[in-house]
Write a protein that binds this ligand. Structure first.
Ligand code: TRP
Ligand code: ZN
Length: 880
């Protein structure tokens, strides 16, 4: 079948499997080119399925070696096998066993799905449907089985042999060259959580006792020689396990918990039961080779995968349409963990930045889809910011709407009621309906309706009646396949800010719920607050209480007052960003840059007061304030007929203007925030570095000559990667010989450190200059780069695709280049290729010339023969 003709899979067509598999015994003899897999499956008819149905097992590029039913070789007339399936048209109508033998070539597996080799280490990736690349199976998440796995390998090649669950036996084989290990996982699980690892690996470990008294051996496995970089991941693991016990009452449930880092990995990490496998980028860290951002993301992703043990593994998904049941909820949980470990407002600001840049842009383009999609051709294309990040926002809104207590009891009920099952969003929501007593039917629309709602807010103060009326109205734009939109339930957390700060809200309006929340669930709503002796400034959507766009009628002066007086840190940050965004949208959409001079001095004035005040007591927050909305944010806000060069010019001009006006205080910040002691990734020093480096970035635009000296000095004396990278980034803004020299010096210093060189590749790919495309092409030819490694591709090629002006070059060369790479990469790794192609997701917002060039690049991809389903699907939906 051609990829373009792949069938559409629909939620409404779901029916339970006709067959179940209770146990799986695997015997795997590892070999680089000829790995032998013997599977013994215990099958039985599903009482919920159709009686007498055929048995159709899934496969993907498999060849059947042998097959036996109840230990008797099966007559060739009784089954048919293709690479994609193994069918028994009329199997016995009772429980029976199947023995199936397949042979695999892990070294040739460039898709990095199923069993493959990464730098000589055997590992697996089975979500969403990779298990069928190992053996024929009912590869769907509602078929859950107990697995026992015997692994055999040469001791020299794979001294470490790991699988899910607990180790039950291990021994050398006669002759002493080979050995085996047997692992048993007592928890029934879907095939997508299966994993094995074999190879030479070092590890660090730590004993742990759960709150309910279970002794667990924790270990982090890494490539030989890198154990010194595994400590932070292990430390993060211990902290997130304690947190899950304390906050969600969840204990771990096996005797071992293993984390393995591999260098070739399609995504961030994978929550396989008891054996999490990670992209090494999200495990390895030490001060010379990891930035503050790396420490933060390692902590978050270790937590994310660990938290899946309950939200994903103990309770899994009935079908892949329910993906957000585990992903949105688990992102919510990891966000909460990071908030508790660090600064909650700074974490929220960072998360909202990510949401807007990745999810809002997806929701506004051709790839928009609901948090729970209703149809797909290729499920791997639905591991998206909408499912993950918007999915987490939906959980966050639920908590705001029903309150902390009903939310906590609802989670408890969910864990109790759904444990051991493959569940649905409906079953999840039912728990909260019960504990809150609220009808969440309308709220559930968040799962069904794509598109980012806009809330328009306007307020009126009436001195005569001492009342303030707030009018709110919502609308959601049409998205592919959904032109009519209904109102959703939007919790608007708000405050009213007077001259002396927040006004007490309690008795001011009956529409207010606990915590100062107004629920907008109709097209519009008007709320009147009485007893106000002054005109307040409304502070809306505090803490970003809903994933919506907010248009409010406050003037810049009032917003800047909120920036200094709002008690809600998120909205202080937002107020400043809104003023800057408005000016940049006006200038970027109109090409009249002159008005930006006044705006720069107005904003600089506000920042001067901010930086002189107590702001620097929270440097991480101050750093977020100093970081203006980026060119891509402005382009997204403009939304149509976008000229990226005009947007970029506006952004440059405003940044420069602010930088020049503040050059003295910024330079002072840069010198006063220099850390004395040795490097620590803790939030305090990381926050100071963030502010200092934000200052350096602005100086690079404002006073390039002095900033170049500062950056070079910072690079030379830094004892950590954060400061080195910031110096490199600042220098990339200052064209010239010094920049090229620093780029060269960087690669010498970090030769042999691929993860650090990824950042170096990306920094160059992001340079907003016409020469960047050629630079990227030259780097592709260097030995640092490899199309076979997803991290390299994401750094260099993904970097260019994220470079607003250079991807969207007026001559279309950026599109042609990315399209060409997508086509080439699709032959070896469709998942990485299709993610790269998703960079085109904003193409429709561009001005005519670029839009036409982007369209023709997409059309060229779509017309390529032999495309994978992954790429064919993204290309077709992007063009639709
Ligand atoms: N479930 C994983 C997570 O959220 C991500 C994941 C899905 C994945 N599909 C994958 C990882 C394919 C690697 C490859 O943590
Ligand atoms: Zn996840």
């Amino acid at each position: 079948m051609r990829a373009e003709d792949a069938p559409m899979i629909r939620l409404e067509d779901y029916r339970p499997s006709d067959w179940l598999i209770d146990t799986v015994d695997l015997d795997i003899v590892l070999d680089a080119n000829r790995t032998r897999v013997r599977a013994l499956l215990q099958l039985r008819p599903n009482p919920q399925g159709r009686a007498g149905a055929p048995l159709v097992l899934d496969g993907d590029e498999l060849t059947l070696g042998s097959i036996a039913l109840d230990d008797v070789p099966l007559d060739a007339a009784l089954y048919s096998a293709t690479p994609q399936s193994l069918t028994l048209p009329s199997p016995p109508e009772r429980a029976f066993s199947l023995r199936i033998e397949t042979e695999l070539n892990p070294a040739a597996n460039t898709k990095l799905m199923g069993l493959y080799r990464s730098s000589g280490v055997y590992c697996t990736q089975c979500e969403a449907d990779g298990f069928r690349r190992i053996t024929y199976f009912l590869d769907r998440p509602d078929v859950m089985s107990v697995y026992t796995v015997r692994l055999e390998a040469q001791k020299a090649e794979a001294p470490v042999l790991l699988a899910n669950g607990n180790l039950v036996a291990a021994a050398e084989l006669p002759g002493g060259e080979r050995h085996f290990a047997v692992w048993h996982d007592p928890h029934p699980k879907p095939a997508y959580l299966f994993a094995i690892v074999g190879g030479r690996l070092d590890h660090v470990r730590q004993p742990y006792v759960t709150a309910d008294g279970r002794k667990v051996e924790l270990a982090v496995y890494v490539e030989p020689g890198k154990a010194g970089r595994a400590g932070w991941a292990l430390d993060s693991l211990v902290r997130c396990m304690r947190w899950d016990e304390r906050v969600f009452g969840r204990n771990y449930d096996l005797d071992v918990f293993n984390v393995v880092a591999v260098s070739d990995f399609n995504m961030g990490a994978m929550e396989n039961k008891g054996l999490n496998i990670f992209n090494d980028k999200y495990v390895l860290a030490d001060p010379p080779t990891a930035s503050d951002g790396d420490y933060i993301s390692i902590e978050a992703i270790i937590a994310h995968e660990y938290f899946h043990n309950w939200t994903g593994n103990r309770i899994t998904c009935r079908d892949w349409f329910q993906l957000c049941l585990k992903e949105g909820l688990t992102v919510f949980r990891d966000q909460e963990f990071s908030s508790d470990e660090r600064s909650r407002p700074v974490k929220r600001i960072a998360d909202v930045r990510t949401l807007r840049s990745t999810q809002f842009s997806e929701d506004a383009g051709p790839l928009a889809h609901p948090v729970r999609p209703r149809a797909y051709k290729e499920i791997n294309n639905f591991y998206t910011p909408t499912v993950y990040e918007k999915g987490a926002e939906v959980i966050r809104m639920l908590k705001v709407l029903i309150g902390d207590d009903a939310f906590a009891r609802g989670m408890d009920l969910y864990f109790e009621r759904c444990d051991g099952t493959a569940a649905t969003i409906e079953e999840f929501l039912d728990c909260f309906i019960e504990t809150s007593g609220q009808d969440l039917g309308h709220f559930a629309r968040w799962y069904e309706q794509a598109g980012t709602p806009t809330v328009v807010a306007s307020g009126r103060y009436d001195a005569a009646t001492q009342s303030f009326t707030l009018d709110l109205a919502q609308s959601t734009p049409p998205t592919p396949g959904q032109s009519e939109k209904a109102p959703v339930v939007i919790p608007v957390a708000l405050g009213l800010v007077g001259k002396a700060g927040d006004l007490p809200l309690d008795s001011l309006s009956p529409a207010l719920k606990a915590g100062g929340v107004v629920v907008l669930d109709e097209p519009s709503l008007s709320v009147t607050f009485t007893g106000l002796t002054e005109a307040p400034a409304p502070s809306l959507l505090r803490g970003f209480s809903a994933p919506v766009r907010l248009e409010l009628d406050l003037g810049d002066a009032e917003l800047l007052r909120l920036f200094s007086a709002d008690s809600d840190s998120f909205n202080r940050w937002q107020a400043f960003q809104t003023v800057a965004t408005r000016a940049l949208v006006r200038a970027g959409a109109g090409s009249d840059l002159s008005q930006l001079d006044d705006k720069a001095s107005e904003l600089a004035q506000a920042l001067k007061g901010f930086l002189a005040g107590p702001a620097t007591a929270d440097p991480a927050f101050a750093a977020q304030v100093l970081r203006l909305p980026g060119p891509a944010d402005i382009a997204r806000e403009i939304g149509r007929n976008v000229d990226p060069d005009a947007v970029f010019a506006a952004h440059r001009k405003l940044s420069r203007g602010i930088g020049i006006a503040l050059s003295r205080p910024l330079a002072e910040l840069h010198s006063s925030l220099r850390e004395a002691g040795p490097y620590s990734p803790a939030a305090g020093p990381a926050g100071r570095r963030a502010l200092r480096n934000e200052a350096l970035g602005l100086l690079a635009l404002a006073t390039p000559e002095e900033a170049s000296k500062l950056a070079q000095a910072q690079f030379a004396e830094a004892d950590n990667l954060t400061d080195r990278l910031a110096a490199l980034a600042a220098m990339t803004l200052i064209p010239g010989e010094a920049r090229e020299a620093l780029i060269a010096r960087f690669s010498e210093l970090y030769a042999g450190e691929p993860l650090v060189l990824d950042k170096w590749l990306m920094a160059q790919a992001l340079i907003p200059e016409a020469g960047t495309l050629d630079r990227v092409k030259a780097l592709m030819a260097s030995p640092t780069f490899s199309l076979g490694n997803p991290n390299r591709v994401r750094a260099l090629i993904g970097g260019l695709a994220a470079n607003l002006t250079q991807f969207n070059r007026a001559d279309g060369a950026g599109y042609g280049f990315i399209a060409g790479i997508v086509i080439e990469l699709d032959r070896s790794n469709p998942q990485v290729a299709s993610r790269l192609l998703s960079s085109f997701k904003t193409w429709r917002m561009l001005e005519d010339g670029r839009r036409e060039k982007a369209r023709s690049a997409l059309a060229m991809v779509a017309a390529t023969p032999g495309l994978s389903r992954d790429v064919a699907d993204i290309a077709a939906r992007s063009l639709a």
